[in-house]
Structure formats: structure tokens, C-alpha cells
Design a protein around this ligand. Structure first.
Ligand SMILES: [Mg+2]
Ligand SMILES: [Zn+2]
Length: 283
């Protein structure tokens, strides 16, 4: 299905936990993290935390070992592999960092399923400390979006992806996320796209409060099993719509010579804009 781009958030969407919190907690620096959090942006704090780990003698291999243990729902990997095998273009947009994400995806054997990972850069410096820098340099070129943290506006990334697709014919986008940082992305989705918010997570509340601002159809999910089910169902649905569109286009262009077939290929009525969102179904 070359016509479908699926964009995944990473933390609490692909993996079950937040990778930043996971590394901080598992390597025993949660107290310092909590103490410094009110004093600096999250992204800068993670860079500070990695320096702290290095000062405490934690090695790259120890961080990797923790990342490889990050919990993931058993149906997420099959869902990603299936979507990729069906020909969807899979991408990641995440406020974690390159090292964390690539380590986990390599370990899970699904890194090659993704054509693009948009996240904060990271590298090991000459002393062996992991350095994490902002996706956007907020001192020299602030993104100006009031919805997003200073280091990353996910909506800007979605717009960049949309712009890069304009020469490739009609593409439909499916976006999956759980966090408040995914709200900006959801506002950039267009009619015909699909937003898959994780139910009862921050993105869910924001969408419920601002339903009228979204143009995409909304389909919630609660866990990996439901994610797999909903995602594959939407891919199937879009596939059928794209085939119908193609058929209709070719019928229109050949209508003068194929009158006999006209009634066999009456275009399906477009699906009414429907939402499966029921906002007050939880306490
Ligand atoms: Mg997330
Ligand atoms: Zn934004």
C-alpha cells in the first residue's frame, strides 16, 4: 500500500514505557531527575542525566542493556511488521533520542521497517558520555509553537512530511500517539487521514476537549492488541478506498467507450466523517 504513511510516536506508543524515565529509574538517578526537573527543559535535563550516569561510572553497554529490557506489548512487533509488509511507509516522530530509539528497534529487529526516525540527536562524546541535543536549536531558531516543548514541534515535522509527499500522488496518513506532544501533530492531519490516540492518555484528553479542531477521523486504542487490530483495519479500509478511487478515475477517463460497464462501477458513496471517539466513557 504505497499510498499510506503511518507515523508512530515512540514512548508509550511503540514501547510500553517512557524510555527517558526508564533509563533514569533503572540506573538509579530518579531523585536527581525529580529535583532538577523544575529547573530546566526536559530535553536539557536528559543531557544532564546522561552526564551524571557517566560520572557515576555507567557505561554505554549498561545503558544499552537497560534499553533492551524496555517492556513492549507482544502484538506491537507483529503489527509493525505486517504494516511494513503491506507496503506502508512507516516513520517515527519522537521526543526521545536517536540512541535510545535505535538501540531498542535494533534489539526488536524492526528498525528496517522504518523509513525515517525524527527525534533528538544523540552521540557519545570523547569521554564516553551520551550527549543529547535538541531537535530544534531553540536559542538560534525557536519554532514558535506554543503547544510544543522548546526542543521539538511535532506538528512542524508532520507538515514537512506532508510537503515532501506532494509529488508522490495522493497519500493518506495514520498517526499514532499517546502524549500531549502528539496533539500538535493531530491538528496538522487532513481530511482523509486518521488519528489513533491512546485512550485515557494525555492526547486523549486534549482531543476530547478540542474535537472540533481535528480534520482527521479518530480511532482510539488502549493496548498493543487493539493498536494492531485498529491499525490493520484502517490500512485495509484506505486500501479499498484507494482502489475504488483508481477505478473511478480510469472509468471516468474511459467513459465514452465503456458505457456497458458504467453500472458495474458506480462509485461508492464516500464514507461519512465518522468518529469512534466517546470522550466521557472513562472517569
Ligand atoms: Mg509518547
Ligand atoms: Zn507544535
Amino acid at each position: 500500500m504505497a499510498g499510506i504513511v503511518v507515523v508512530f510516536d515512540f514512548d508509550k506508543t511503540i514501547i510500553e514505557i517512557d524510555s527517558d524515565n526508564w533509563v533514569v529509574d533503572e540506573l538509579g538517578i530518579t531523585d536527581l531527575f525529580d529535583k532538577l526537573l523544575p529547573t530546566m527543559p526536559w530535553n536539557s535535563l536528559m543531557d544532564r542525566m546522561m552526564k551524571e550516569l557517566h560520572a557515576r561510572g555507567k557505561t554505554k553497554e549498561e545503558i544499552k542493556e537497560v534499553l533492551r529490557r524496555a517492556p513492549i506489548h507482544e502484538r506491537i512487533i507483529p503489527a509493525i511488521k505486517k504494516a511494513h509488509a503491506l507496503g506502508c511507509d512507516l516513520r517515527i516522530v519522537s521526543d526521545a533520542n536517536v540512541f535510545f530509539i535505535e538501540t531498542i528497534l535494533n534489539h526488536l529487529g524492526i528498525k528496517d521497517c522504518f523509513s525515517e526516525i525524527n527525534t533528538n540527536p544523540s552521540y557519545f562524546d570523547e569521554e564516553g558520555s551520551l550527549r543529547i541535543s535538541p531537535y530544534i536549536d531553540f536559542h538560534s531558531s525557536p519554532h514558535g509553537c506554543s503547544l510544543c516543548p522548546p526542543n521539538m514541534c511535532k506538528g512542524m515535522i508532520i507538515e514537512r512530511i506532508q510537503a515532501s509527499l506532494t509529488n508522490e500522488g495522493r497519500k493518506r496518513m495514520i498517526y499514532l500517539g499517546d502524549g500531549s506532544g502528539d496533539f500538535c501533530s493531530s491538528l496538522k492531519l487532513k481530511e482523509g487521514d486518521f488519528m489513533m490516540p491512546r485512550k485515557n492518555f494525555p492526547i486523549w484528553d486534549l482531543i476530547c476537549e478540542n474535537r472540533a479542531l481535528l480534520r482527521a477521523e479518530i480511532h482510539e486504542w488502549t493496548d498493543g492488541e487493539e493498536l494492531e487490530h485498529v491499525l490493520l483495519k484502517l490500512i485495509d479500509k484506505i486500501d479499498i478506498e484507494l482502489i475504488e478511487e483508481k477505478k473511478n478515475n480510469s472509468n471516468n477517463s474511459e467513459s465514452s467507450v465503456q458505457v456497458d460497464f458504467k453500472f458495474a462501477t458506480i462509485p461508492l458513496a464516500p464514507n461519512p466523517q465518522r468518529s469512534s471517539l466517546v470522550c466521557n466513557s472513562y472517569s
